[in-house]
Design a protein around this ligand. Structure first.
Ligand code: GLN
Length: 484
């Protein structure tokens, strides 16, 4: 059961080969067997899952089922879940039981999906390795000595090890695509505003975007159908008509113009990853796409710009966690100042504190112009690079990450090296564009990702190209040997 695509699961459920309760139990058993080893869950919601599966079975019996009724999923622990702990990977929210559902959670529930649990993540989604979680690091099922990527690493490790068929994640600077690449999965960061941020704990509001993670483009298209849509409770939600993201999966990609930015294939890219990527791009050419050299001249500024804007926004967003309005409260405070100081000192981990300090500094009166304002100006230049590129080509292809998954502990004490891991992903969030990562082979048994970037609201085309690529390759079907 756990190796099936969503379409196969749907068919099996509709034809009563097994019930949603049986399917759910099967995944819960796998979570019990492998979840601790991978540390990919913060909370397993067994009772909720079985109750939702029972409801789903009733809908299936009465003929009221939708495409994903009865299909299990997991949510990154950044999405608020009514009555269920929502920790955001932080001690600050270790005791937080959300009093309402995020829109994404509500939509999945309304579609009849079954929530298996909440997945581990970097603290407040800050990280590229899933080592900053208060609940400890997540392991990569392909090689448990290596990181699964971050910050949605609990979601990707769980899908890769077949502990759930699909999962939700969020991507502020690469957190869906980078762990998808490291774990051999397909993950999409939608256009900013396509998926509601309501009830998704904010890290950097102008960059945060939820999206689907799964094995194939088809699977994540089905989940995106459920997740996307206008939400009046999110002021930056796009009023875009509801699309069916599976409609164009089988379209031909003949004549599709793919741009290859020279900045993505130079220094910094691991030679073996680069070689494997050339093979992947050749496949797209064989399927009818044409390749074009392009330039994105401000690429080198993406990481420094992101690491001013994201911390600036996080320093503001995280000010609410003061032990009074939200979050952990220290014992026996002497006065209000002591309460604020100790609650925040105890509640936040090192990476979150580092970002709050950088952000506060960048926004302070004396430095605002030099850092924050400058970063916003460069953000425009980065975005303009893409606007120019999309005048020449339909899509941009490159690596998702410069290397394959690195060893646990290798970069955690060197933040700048860790940040450089985001070199290909940060710019997409700064511009608000959609992009996805598709499994494109292995280097020394470690998966690599092909990064496809589309113009605004071209999710359907991106999924189409990824699906066509998956018709001529089998990388997305590979299973980590210890989790078959
Ligand atoms: N790695 C980036 C960071 O640490 C991106 C994280 C994310 O997308 N949530 O900020």
């Amino acid at each position: 059961m756990h190796n099936k695509t969503l379409t196969e699961l749907r068919k099996a459920l509709h034809q009563r080969e097994y019930s949603s309760v049986e399917l759910t139990r099967h995944f819960l058993e796998r979570i019990e067997r492998y979840g601790i080893q991978l540390n990919s869950f913060i909370t397993v919601t067994t009772d909720i899952a079985l109750a939702q599966a029972q409801i789903a079975d009733k809908c299936l019996q009465s003929g009221n089922a939708g495409p994903l009724t009865g299909i299990p999923l997991t949510h990154k622990d950044i999405f608020c879940t009514n009555g269920v702990k929502t920790s955001c990977g932080s001690k600050m929210l270790d005791n937080f039981i959300a009093p309402y559902n995020a829109t994404v959670v509500e939509k999945c529930q309304a579609a009849g999906m079954v929530m298996l649990g909440k997945t581990n993540m970097d603290e407040f989604a800050m990280g590229s390795s899933n080592e900053t979680s208060f609940y400890g690091p997540v392991k990569n099922p392909w090689d448990t000595q290596t990181v699964p990527g971050g910050s949605s690493g609990g979601s990707t490790a769980s899908v890769a090890a077949h502990l759930t068929p699909v999962a939700t994640g969020t991507d502020t600077g690469g957190s869906i695509r980078q762990p998808a690449a490291f774990c051999g999965l397909t993950g999409l960061k939608p256009t900013y505003g396509l998926v509601s941020r309501y009830g998704m704990i904010a890290f950097a509001s102008s960059l945060d975007q939820g999206g689907p993670i799964g094995h194939s483009a088809e699977d994540i298209a089905l989940l995106l159908n459920v997740m996307a849509g206008f939400d009046k409770r999110d002021s930056t939600s796009l009023e875009h008509p509801q699309e069916n993201y599976t409609t164009h999966l089988n379209d031909s990609i003949k004549g599709l113009k793919i741009g290859l930015p020279k900045e993505y294939f130079g220094e910094g890219l691991d030679a073996q990853v680069g070689k494997q990527l050339d093979v992947a791009i050749k496949e797209l050419e064989n399927a009818g796409a044409t390749l074009h050299d392009i330039q994105l001249p401000h690429t080198y500024l993406a990481v420094p710009t992101y690491y001013i804007i994201a911390p600036a926004e996080c320093s503001s967003n995280l000010s609410r966690f003061d032990g009074v309005r939200f979050g952990h409260r220290c014992d026996n405070p002497q006065d209000l100042m002591d309460l604020y100081k100790r609650s925040r000192a105890e509640g936040f981990g090192a990476e979150v504190k580092r970002r709050i300090m950088i952000g506060t500094y960048a926004l302070s009166a004396g430095y605002y112009d030099a850092y924050y304002l400058k970063a916003q100006q460069i953000r425009r230049l980065i975005s303009n690079d893409f606007t120019e590129a999309f005048k020449q080509v339909d899509m941009i292809a490159g690596p998702t990450t410069p290397t394959t998954a690195f060893k646990m502990g290798e970069k955690i004490d060197d933040p700048v090296t860790m940040y450089l891991n985001d070199i290909y992903t940060n710019a997409i969030n700064l511009a608000g564009l959609p992009a996805l990562s598709v499994p494109a082979g292995f280097v020394n048994q470690h998966p690599i990702g092909l990064h496809l970037i589309g113009n605004y609201l071209k999710e359907s085309r991106l999924l189409n190209v990824a699906h066509q690529y998956q018709q001529c390759t089998d990388w997305h079907k590979a299973t980590p040997p210890n989790f078959v």
